[in-house]
Design a protein around this ligand. Structure first.
Ligand SMILES: Cc1ncc(COP(=O)(O)O)c(C=O)c1O
Length: 468
């Protein structure tokens, strides 16, 4: 039985800077006590963040002390709502150090809503191009359907095992394929939600120089890393606020360069998006900037809580958050691969970088038995559940990274997708059978804002319990 005290000493010895993040342990005790009261081992921060009690208190106080009406008017309660809504919008820009002359913020339901706004409105056309990495969330992959429908070319850039990064030299070759005079969009995640690789932000200017508009998916990056829009200038940045600070859910944003925004062509108009629309005249005029993209009534009671959440993150500081995530991820990566069965077979295989450099806090693995056969990720989740450990299994909506990590080939997929019985419908179980017993998913453990050493130790101890 490992000695928890000496483990902590060994951890501090390996990661002395962890001690500088004591503030987070103190906050966990005062603002997140429910985690420990409920003996939760929460390790799904890439799935969703956890909120502090103070966020709820401040938001409720705001709601208790004010009367808010629908903002699309100029009566007193409407103006009160507009005030907080616009304050939050300005605060989002301030938080990301974005110049309001250059960037605008569109509130959406989540990152996927922001991505759909770009996909449906980007002027894809024959001769144009949609370039994206294999490593992308499905809501970025989904944009390819708009590109296909309008005759633009779609190209995927592979990531390479074992680290699951893009080969930088090959990136330039792909970027060279922008069509002059056409609309070309390049999309990649600042941080992978599968391997947690942090892809370089200097790709943005390289892509701009080569004639691409750039969509930087920041959803998995900004919960633990600073994005400074004064230093890097992506055209479109989708994100979800619940991933950053847990509350509220249901609100995301598309932060967009005003110039890029003016390129977008909305496929429809809706309440709130127009200056004038006529029935008899069959004509409408879209409003300027973000107004043209926020359909209907915005979530005016919850959007003010975004500002509260951003201030909460600022009060902790990305330096502290990043340091803590770095130390805890490093410890996981130091210990998990060392675990071996009595036969010498390793317990896990890590997909992605095996050091804590240039990566975030998600560690994605599969478990293997003492004969070296893969253990079904669903079994691992059900066992983890018994220890009140919240982790995530499957492909995390990132099939491109999953296919590369799990060695599922194009040929296998083609065989599977062209079977007559799979023309219209394919359930996940059908898919598993089809790829012939190969792993169709993995196990993701992700540390974040409030993770402490005990959480990570609890997971390591769970993993040790699977050794045979
Ligand atoms: C990298 C990345 N992009 C986009 C999304 C989509 O976010 P949402 O489900 O909040 O729309 C996620 C969600 O996990 C993500 O990790």
């Amino acid at each position: 039985m490992p000695d928890p005290t000496s483990d902590f000493a060994a951890f501090l010895h390996a990661y002395p800077s962890f001690s500088n993040t004591q503030l987070i342990d103190d906050l966990r005790a005062s603002q997140y006590a429910r985690l420990d009261a409920g003996e939760h081992v929460y390790l799904d921060y890439t799935g969703g963040g956890i909120y502090a009690e103070s966020q709820l208190r401040q938001h409720q106080q705001l709601l208790r002390e004010n009367v808010f009406g629908n903002p699309h008017s100029s009566n007193p309660t409407s103006l009160a709502a507009t005030h907080f809504l616009e304050h939050a919008r300005a605060y989002v820009l301030k938080f990301f150090n974005a110049d309001p002359q250059e960037y605008d913020v569109i509130f959406t339901n989540n990152a996927s809503g922001a991505l759909k706004l770009v996909g449906e409105s980007y002027p894809f056309a024959k001769g144009g191009h949609y370039l994206l990495t294999f490593d992308n969330h499905n809501s970025v992959n989904g944009i390819r359907e708009f590109a296909h429908a309008r005759g633009a070319e779609v190209t995927y850039i592979p990531v390479a095992l074992p680290d699951m990064r893009v080969d930088t030299a090959s990136l330039d070759a792909y970027l060279a394929h922008a069509t002059a005079g056409a609309h070309n969009l390049f999309a990649y995640p600042a941080q992978s939600n599968f391997s947690s690789v942090i892809h370089p932000l200097d790709w943005i200017e390289r892509a701009h120089a080569a004639g691409w508009d750039v969509l930087l998916d920041a959803a998995a990056f900004v919960p633990t890393s600073r994005l400074n829009l004064n230093h890097v200038k992506p055209d479109f940045v989708p994100l979800s606020f619940y991933k950053m600070f847990g509350y509220p859910t249901g609100i995301g944003a598309l932060i967009a360069r005003r110039e890029a925004l003016s390129k977008l062509r909305r496929p429809w108009f809706a309440g709130g998006t127009i200056t004038v629309a006529s029935v008899q005249g069959d004509k409408y005029y879209l409003a300027d900037g973000h107004t043209a993209f926020e359909d209907g009534t915005p979530d005016y009671l919850n959007i003010p809580a975004v500002e509260i959440g951003l201030k909460h993150l600022e009060s902790i500081g990305y330096d502290n958050i990043g340091e803590r995530v770095h130390c805890l991820t490093g410890w996981l990566l130091d210990n998990l691969p060392k675990m071996k069965h009595s036969t010498g077979e390793p317990l896990v295989r890590v997909y992605g970088p095996t050091t804590a450099e240039k990566r975030g806090g998600a560690v994605t693995v599969n478990f293997f038995n003492k004969e070296g056969q893969a253990i079904d990720h669903r079994y691992i989740e059900s066992e983890a559940n018994k220890s009140n450990i919240s982790l995530r299994t499957g492909c995390f909506c990132n099939p491109g990274a999953g296919e590369i990590a799990l060695g599922i080939s194009r040929v296998e997929l083609d065989v599977c997708f062209t079977r007559p019985d799979h023309e219209q419908r394919l359930s996940l179980d059908d898919f598993r059978l089809c790829i012939d017993g190969k792993n169709s998913g993995a196990v993701r453990i992700s540390v974040g804002l409030m993770t402490n050493f005990n959480d990570v130790q609890a997971f390591l101890s769970f993993a040790r319990g699977l050794l045979a």
